[in-house]
Design a protein around this ligand. Structure first.
Ligand code: MIC
Ligand code: SF4
Length: 755
């Protein structure tokens, strides 16, 4: 039986009426995305049409998921909300903190030893508040969610940007900061600007070396890293139906890399097969009863231009394998053009490591297709040139893969390392030998993100994203520009041989199996469970509420840093070794903005104090301003805060005394995180005003006391030569969000309401 089947049945019961009401209110046939959104309105069935991209709407998500690196902060906040139990089914997953080094069993034990305090904290908070806990080694949050919790037509939020993976089962699943999760777990509505809709028609069928990954690598190339911002991407067409459910998950997962709010697919036979194969006949049967509501209306898919804000068409017959990178996931290069592009750009052609895994591509199907390439190479007597590392997505996948001989196949290459069922190298939890030398090199992986330093901390590692089968082929050839469709390799007899096309199983022919899936159910009554946080701990720290706004204009503020170019959440609050401080706000604040490039001088983590002229690291200067009672601001470029959902990227500057972040444009989750933490997230009305900002300017807000929905704010920039520029700033705060600012944070408001 599926988890929470009664909740799923309750949701399905609402569908027919809610969809009918939405059709009436909108006066048109509906996309799947609209059906799910309108069925999950906080205020019940709709009588009005929401304006896409404009109206803030309150939703009632069905469930919440959190992973260990974000759950700590989310749950520390939840503990302040004054509730005894979560209001909707929720889970936490221990997957981000385990380092990959020697291989699964040793690494897992080491991970548990190193993070014991945090895992115990999570386990006891979950136990207390009714949250399911997936222990270290159980798997990566999004694969575990896909296998156990995702259901067609459902809505969930998760404190991780790749929560969107569950779109593969036809959900609207959205990545959020911890404070948003707290709202939903505390039984309050969750607010989102009604998204725009991008329709992607998939025609034809995947064949040969082309995989679901290539669909999203191609989409990322077309749409760019910020092109999906504020939109839901809905895939449909015969090509969509032909993809496996986990393949659909891969595509939805990487929708985060184009900034999309989420992505989704209509309920179909492959989703049904996946539900049944993962032990959820009850969900499949319930979905079948209302299946016409779990996909877009036929008129919509027949005339997509009429119903979507943007339509993209991809013919799977013509799609070819891609490698995206380096340093950004939207730099798409067809494998056949890699040689030319890499040579022109000086990307190292020799590849040292090829990694398969991450929440994006760690399903049973992914492993079988990659294993088929390894098997073929072994049979043809080809020795791999690069090392192969594999992180299975869940214990269920790993156990089944081992039973079916796939792990043995990978191990036929002497250098293969099977790492823990966890994020591992995808989030910098990788003790890669020699990375400290910072040599220029290339790696290939099936992950979703490839920002600088992300995998191994080396800024000169050029990481490229590809499908698991392509990663296996690159591992064997050791070349970035290897095109398995046309190129040959020399085998042990000196013969030229070609690799056969990958083959695989959508689902395990003998079914999934697992001995211990790593799940810990919460106590029925958690009131006696004690959660202890030691005041001496350097991993965990209880939160102190941020100060409310004093009602005065912010004046005399100094510039902490003007960030130039790409400034992702990895730049603002780096992961890797810093993940250990995710539950300790003061300690993790020591990584605040250390990856951002200072527009003055072009260096990272080097800014000048306007108090005494010294040059120092960003967090030190921020603390200097804070100690002196001076407010600081941060200025940034486009798509500021792209990437992760980690609210640390907002809480750290807030903790260090930054009150405003002024940029050319924001990534969605980060903008919300800033608002939730009581900060000002503002954008330049004239982008070129970015150029007016000098290192030693002083900043005065002049009309904060009339901060209102829809009204621009004014900023006075006083230069040291005595001249002043006055500029206008846009914001997207509604009245409630302005109240968060006034209260000092959204959580302060919840707390006030509960007292
Ligand atoms: C990531 O892929 O960047 C992460 C680590 O999973 C983050 C969450 C985090 O920072 O903990 C994400 O994608 O939201
Ligand atoms: Fe983990 Fe990587 Fe997926 Fe983030 S993208 S959840 S770090 S596997």
């Amino acid at each position: 039986m599926a988890f929470d089947i009664n909740m799923i049945k309750r949701v399905y019961k609402k569908y027919p009426k809610a969809v009918e009401a939405a059709r009436k209110a909108t006066g048109k046939p509906l996309t799947l995305s609209e059906k799910i959104l309108y069925t999950h309105l906080w205020n019940g069935n709709t009588t009005k049409l929401f304006k896409r991209g404009e109206d803030y709407v309150d939703f009632a998500p069905d469930r919440v998921a959190m992973q260990d690196a974000t759950a700590q902060m989310a749950l520390l906040q939840f503990m302040q909300a004054g509730k005894s139990k979560v209001a909707v089914p929720s889970t936490a997953h221990a997957d981000h903190l385990i380092q990959a080094k020697f291989g699964a069993s040793k690494d897992l034990q080491e991970g548990i030893n190193q993070n014991n305090e945090v895992f115990n904290f999570l386990s006891s908070v979950c136990n207390k508040y009714g949250i399911g806990f997936w222990k270290p080694g159980a798997g990566i949050i999004h694969q575990v969610v896909l296998e156990n919790y995702a259901f067609p037509g459902g809505m969930m939020i998760g404190t991780d940007s790749h929560t969107v993976n569950a779109g593969g089962l036809g959900m609207i699943a959205i990545g959020v900061g911890g404070a948003d999760a707290v709202d939903v777990m505390a039984g309050m509505p969750w607010e989102l600007k009604f998204p725009k809709l991008i329709g992607v028609i998939l025609t034809g069928n995947l064949n040969g070396w082309t995989a679901p990954k290539d669909v999203i690598l191609k989409v990322a190339g077309i749409v760019s890293a910020k092109g999906g911002t504020g939109s839901i991407v809905e895939y449909f067409g015969e090509g969509a139906i032909s993809l496996s459910a986990t393949g659909k998950g891969t595509i939805c997962n990487m929708g985060a890399e184009i900034g999309a709010t989420t992505s989704t697919f209509g309920y179909d036979k492959s989703i049904e097969r996946y539900l049944r194969s993962t032990g959820r006949n009850d969900v499949a049967d319930a979905a079948n009863e209302i299946k016409e509501h779990l996909t877009g209306d036929a008129e919509v898919y027949a005339n997509p231009d009429k119903y979507f804000d943007q339509v993209i068409e991809i013919n799977l017959d013509e799609l070819t394998p891609h490698l995206n990178g380096p340093f950004t996931p939207d730099l798409a290069t067809p494998v056949s053009e890699m040689n030319e592009k890499a040579t022109k750009n000086g990307w190292p052609l020799d590849v040292e490591w090829a990694l398969i895994g991450s929440c994006t591509n760690s399903s049973y199907e992914d492993l079988t297709r990659a294993a088929s390439i390894v098997e073929d190479a072994v049979n043809k007597g080809i020795e791999p040139k690069a090392k192969l590392g594999i992180n299975p997505g869940s214990e269920q996948v790993r156990y089944t893969a081992e039973r079916d001989g796939l792990i043995d196949t990978f191990n036929k290459f002497e250098s293969t390392k099977i790492f823990t069922n966890a994020c591992g190298p995808c989030i910098g939890q990788w003790d890669r030998e020699g990375s400290e030398k910072e040599e220029k090199n290339s790696i290939v992986h099936s992950f979703n993100r490839n920002f600088a330093k992300r995998a191994d901390g080396n800024p000169n590692t050029h990481a490229f994203v590809a499908s698991p089968e392509m990663v296996a082929a690159v591992a064997i050839s050791g070349r970035l520009d290897f095109n398995p469709i046309t190129d040959t390799l020399t085998n042990e007899n000196g013969d030229q041989v070609k690799l056969a096309d990958p083959t695989g199983y959508e689902l395990p022919p003998n079914g999934f199996d697992v001995e211990d899936n790593g799940y810990q159910a919460p106590a029925e009554d958690g009131s006696n469970v004690e959660v202890v946080v030691s005041p001496e701990s350097n991993r965990l720290q209880l939160l102190t509420p941020f100060n409310p706004w004093d009602g005065e204009n912010i004046t005399g503020a100094k510039l902490l840093i003007k960030a130039e170019g790409k400034c992702t959440t990895d730049h603002i609050s780096m992961a890797g070794p810093w993940l250990r401080y995710r539950g300790h706000l003061d300690n993790i604040s020591n990584n605040c903005l250390i990856g951002a490039v200072n527009a003055f001088g072009g260096k990272t983590n080097s800014v000048v104090s306007q108090i005494d002229g010294t040059t120092d690291e960003v967090p030190n200067i921020a603390r200097q301003y804070k100690d002196a009672g001076i407010t600081s601001i941060v200025v940034g470029d486009h798509n500021y805060g792209e990437g992760s959902s980690r609210e640390h990227a907002a809480m750290e500057p807030r903790h260090l005394g930054v009150m405003a972040v002024i940029v050319k444009s924001f990534a969605r989750i980060h903008e919300t995180n800033l608002k939730k933490q009581g900060m000002l997230g503002l954008t330049f009305v004239n982008e070129s005003d970015y150029d007016l900002i000098k290192e030693d300017d002083t900043f005065n807000f002049t009309d904060l006391n009339s901060f209102e929905d829809g009204k621009q704010l004014t900023l006075e920039i006083v230069h040291t030569n005595g001249l002043t520029d006055t500029i206008l700033l846009n914001h997207t705060y509604n009245e409630t969000q302005i109240d968060w600012f006034k209260a000092g944070s959204a959580l302060n408001l919840i707390r006030e309401e509960n007292n």
